[in-house]
Design a binder for this molecule. Structure first.
Ligand SMILES: [Mg+2]
Length: 161
């Protein structure tokens, strides 16, 4: 089975300290620097059900460990993940004066993964600029209830699996 890595923020969920007005939050994540309201992207549960049969799954976020663990427990409590990586596994670089937390997929080679068998879904192209062949770019999600991107990407994943 190939490996599918999932970004968290604005790929699977939208986390905000300010409630979205028209929608109840799916869950609240307490955080030392202020609680977060969490909203699941439309069709997320269906998406996870589908892809867990097609790929080995992992999470990789540039958020902190505390946050990644909370999301993992909320969304993947009963699903075995290859890993759930946080910002400490990202590589901080400066490009054009801006700091970027890059996700260097070649780190996976140390875990005996072949890059040819790895895909990552992420809404941030700058974090994966060295890996265009592995990166499935998804539009950032910040609360649109009519979003269908997760449904669309399942069709692509069925071909890549
Ligand atoms: Mg993101």
């Amino acid at each position: 089975m190939k490996l599918l890595i999932l970004d968290i923020d604005e790929t699977l969920v939208y986390a905000t300290r300010k409630k979205l007005l028209e929608t109840e939050a799916d869950f609240l994540v307490p955080h030392p620097f202020g609680d977060y309201y969490y909203y699941k992207r439309p069709h997320l549960d269906f998406f996870i059900e589908q892809v867990k049969a097609l790929f080995k799954l992992a999470l990789w976020s540039s958020a902190d460990k505390y946050y990644v663990n909370e999301v993992k427990q909320q969304l993947f409590a009963n699903i075995s993940l290859e890993f759930a990586w946080d910002r400490t596994k990202c590589t901080y670089t400066k490009k054009g004066g801006e700091g970027i937390y890059e996700k260097q997929l070649h780190k996976l080679e140390k875990l005996n993964w072949d890059l040819a068998n790895i895909f990552i879904i992420d809404d941030s192209p700058e974090k994966l600029s060295n890996y265009p062949e592995n990166h499935l770019l998804i539009p950032s999600w910040i609360g649109d209830k009519n979003d269908k991107e997760l449904i669309k990407i399942i069709e692509i994943l069925k071909i890549l699996a």
